[in-house]
Design a protein around this ligand. Structure first.
Ligand SMILES: N[C@@H](CCC(=O)N[C@@H](CS)C(=O)NCC(=O)O)C(=O)O
Length: 205
């Protein structure tokens, strides 16, 4: 399989981390949307990452659809996401919040880097940043109530997505907040980054 995109994208990194945790052999093409849009568009007509090229050349796009495939085919016991029931719904709720935090953080990055300075809306940026903080506050409450990981003592897709969102903001949006104001999330990120699935995919500052 070939994963398209760089791990600086939190969406790409959550796929890369899950593939490592599932012990899947894969190649990664580190293409950046900023300078390789034509190459990226060969895999996704919208010119977005991640895409995953399967061994029979089928191409999957969007991290959620890729993860759905990986879990269906390689996580039959539901280790990272229960197959049914309340446990599944609760993990998916945390995943949706962490994925939303990623979307808002990426959007705020684009507002600052892809628009001419006089068109940047401080009001819109503040709104996006408030949404990021609301999402992290909710995940922090969840982490405080739980044991080692967000949903008990085993790492799930909720932790994978949260670690990638939290690290992305700390690396690419330094100064948005002091990570120590989210001690429980920082603990989960630190614990996750002791695993090679996260340390090997962590983008450099
Ligand atoms: N919903 C998508 C979001 C992917 C996404 O926004 N990727 C960014 C990179 S971090 C991208 O490709 N941006 C280029 C664009 O949207 O034009 C997913 O979960 O995979």
């Amino acid at each position: 399989m070939i994963l398209i995109g760089r791990n600086v994208s939190p969406f790409v990194r959550r796929v890369a981390a899950l593939m490592r945790l599932l012990e899947i052999d894969f190649e990664q093409r580190f293409l950046a949307t900023a300078d390789s849009i034509d190459d990226i568009a060969k895999f996704n007509p919208l010119g977005r990452v991640p895409s995953l090229v399967l061994d029979d050349d089928e191409i999957l796009i969007d991290s959620s659809a890729i993860i759905d495939y990986l879990l269906e085919t390689k996580d039959q016991d539901g280790k990272f996401l229960s197959k049914t029931g309340l446990a599944r719904r609760l993990v998916l709720r945390s995943v949706a919040i962490a994925h939303g935090v990623m979307e808002k953080a990426v959007a705020s990055g684009y507002e600052k880097t892809r628009r001419s300075p006089e068109k940047v809306s401080e009001e819109w940026l503040n709104y996006l940043q408030r949404q990021i903080i609301w999402g992290l506050e909710e995940l922090e409450r969840k982490a405080e109530q739980s044991n080692e990981w967000l949903h008990g003592d085993t790492l799930t897709l909720a932790d994978i997505t949260t670690i990638c969102a939290f690290d992305y903001i700390n690396i690419r949006h330094k100064g948005l907040f002091d990570p120590n104001i989210f001690p429980a999330l920082k603990g989960i990120s630190d614990r996750g980054n002791e695993l090679s699935a996260f340390s090997d995919t962590k983008p450099s500052p």
